[in-house]
Design a protein around this ligand. Structure first.
Ligand code: RIB
Length: 323
């Protein structure tokens, strides 16, 4: 079976829910909870819970938060290669408002010290058909190395270009067969890599204009996640991944949102799992599946713990919940 290997961040999330997001200078009363997160770890948990053979490669500090990460991963039966660093385990501050919208600030901590050896741990034995998943929430050198090595081995490479990271460059995009920015990350890519002063808003943009921008950005498939507006897909003309159209929109699942934090990770993890488990299915079906997995995650609080299993999807969406 094809495997999903995720190289990326672990973060201990500290979450506050409040009626509204605090304005600058404002203090608000809210409820507190804490749990495992980090874009890379969330994506690995999402893929693993959906039944893909999954490995996570990341960094921790030598501290109690690192122990929490290890024990959560063990409970998930998630295969992990952890690199211990002298920096503390990463931590975030997340505020979620009554509409489920969030504000996140993350201290990268150990993620910023992810060593070059992590790329080797992620790509050792990687083969054609496997999927290497990466993000931008760690030091970027091992991410580039892992993408390049996975590509050279014939594996599929998926980059979730999040969070917005000024260190992002064209080489990272060029090494990726698929990228999955959300709308703000996509607009950042247009500004940062194409120099657009007033980037297109992918929610309101004309499909052909958006497709043309995607083609300028990447030689691979671009999937822009649009929250409640679903997703936009743009393929290179010669690699349609089983689709008949080179660009199209996929609607979001109808859900009762309480917390959107980690929904993009649910999407990327589910898309990777679907690619591993159903490599011959039309890509549009895989994106629809990932939209449902992401939607379901927004009906639950937290990040890694909010990821769906196939049984959850079946119970929530009926037979249509699965591929
Ligand atoms: O994408 C959500 C994640 O981003 C959270 O788990 C938080 O850790 C931040 O890194």
């Amino acid at each position: 079976m094809s495997r999903v290997i995720v190289i990326g961040s672990y973060v201990q999330d500290h979450c506050w829910s409040a009626e509204a997001l605090p304005a600058p200078g404002e203090s608000r009363i809210g409820q507190f909870s804490t749990g495992p997160g980090g874009k890379g770890f969330n994506q690995a948990v999402a893929a693993n819970r959906l039944g893909a053979s999954t490995r996570f490669v990341g960094a921790l500090g030598r501290d109690p938060l690192g122990d929490t990460a290890r024990s959560f991963a063990a409970g998930e039966q998630l295969d992990c290669a952890w690199f211990e660093t002298d920096s503390p385990t990463a931590a975030s501050s997340i505020v979620v408002d009554a509409q489920g919208r969030n504000q996140i600030c993350v201290a990268l901590g150990a993620n910023d010290a992810l060593p070059a050896g992590a790329a080797s741990a992620a790509t050792e034995g990687i083969a054609r058909g496997d999927i290497l998943v990466a993000q931008l929430e760690t030091a970027l050198t091992p991410i580039q190395q892992a993408l390049d090595a996975a590509r050279a081995a014939g594996a599929l490479t998926l980059l979730n270009p999040a969070p917005i990271n000024p260190g992002l460059n064209q080489a990272l995009i060029a090494a990726s067969d698929l990228i999955t920015p959300n709308e703000t990350e996509f607009m950042f890519l247009l500004r940062h890599l194409l120099g657009e002063q007033q980037p297109l808003d992918p929610i309101t943009a004309d499909d052909q204009a958006l497709h043309q921008r995607c083609r300028q950005l990447s030689n691979g498939t671009v999937v822009i996640t649009l929250g409640g507006d679903g997703a936009f897909v743009s393929h290179a003309e010669d690699v349609l991944r089983g689709d008949v159209r080179n660009c199209y929109r996929v609607p979001a699942a109808a859900v009762e949102v309480i917390d959107t934090t980690g929904a993009g990770d649910a999407f990327s993890g589910a898309l990777a799992a679907a690619l591993a488990l159903h490599p011959d299915a039309p890509f549009a079906d895989l994106v629809g599946f990932a939209c449902r997995a992401a939607g379901l995650s927004t009906e639950r609080p937290g990040t890694a713990p909010s990821m769906a299993t196939p049984a959850d999807l079946r119970a929530r969406f009926g037979d249509g919940g699965l591929l």
